[in-house]
Design a protein around this ligand. Sequence first.
Ligand code: NAP
Ligand code: GCO
Length: 264
Amino acid sequence: MVNFSLEGKVALVTGAAYGIGLAIAQAYAEAGAKVVFNCSRQETVDRGLKAYKELGIDAKGYVCDVTDEASVKDMIAKIEAEVGTIDILVNNAGIIKRIPMTEMSVEDFERVIDVDLVGPFIMSKAVLPGMIKKGAGKIINVCSMMSELGRETVSAYAAAKGGLKMLTRNIASEYGEYNIQCNGIGPGYIATEQTAPLREIQPDGSRHPFDQFIIAKTPAARWGTPDDLKGPALFLASEASDFVNGHVLYVDGGILAYIGKQPK
Ligand code: NAP
Ligand code: GCO
């Protein structure tokens, strides 16, 4: 029987206090993994610990900014001492700044690149030695529609997520011989706090124009939910995907396949 179990595995999901990361971590816990997570702020870690407790999951949380290599190294050492070698890393932590490029500061551009691209590099570099020593590992990078497509106001985010797709392929290329698989998961438009501004009900009670746009661009005719990521993320973390490497699995309701609803 195909093995989707994560019994005995240690899974680190960055930024998993809520949203997509929490859903992925919940799926891993339900499959038997020991879940650990980190956020850059204590209050977010506390919010996450409360959420895991309410789900009946014994998760451990750490305050760690994925762009701070010294803090990341310290966190990985603590996890290895307190929990065990990390078998599964999900680079989920991410930010977005929606600013027209000509109005975006270099500082804002660089911060998005740091969190969404340099962070996954730092995190992956920190966990790879343990995976090599163990002779197995899974690294899953949370990519995006913007790994494939551009749109107004998200230049930094698209550059980061496009780079993350290629970092995924490079980790797969460089470490595949150690039985380490690195793949991406590419959510479509998912209803989380990050996309809440794009779904705000308008003063006249109508749906946000962008909300209506995404519904028309999605064959499934709906926004995704974090729960839609659970199955694909479990597949990529389990032995079931041991010969899948350097792939980005898009979970987008069909957006990337669809030109958009034609006018009636
Ligand atoms: P979210 O609701 O904004 O949550 C982001 C999480 O990342 C928070 O827990 C946040 O906590 C943490 N975080 C942010 N910066 C961090 C840092 N420097 N170090 C450590 N943790 C950090 O995001 P989401 O919508 O669930 O998205 C999760 C991932 O999926 C992101 O990579 C996003 O780009 C990607 N994605 C989202 C969608 C979507 O439609 N929602 C679609 C495709 C891809 P702190 O602020 O306390 O650090
Ligand atoms: C945006 C959205 C998207 C989603 C996601 C799509 O402003 O276009 O935030 O970028 O977050 O990345 O896959």
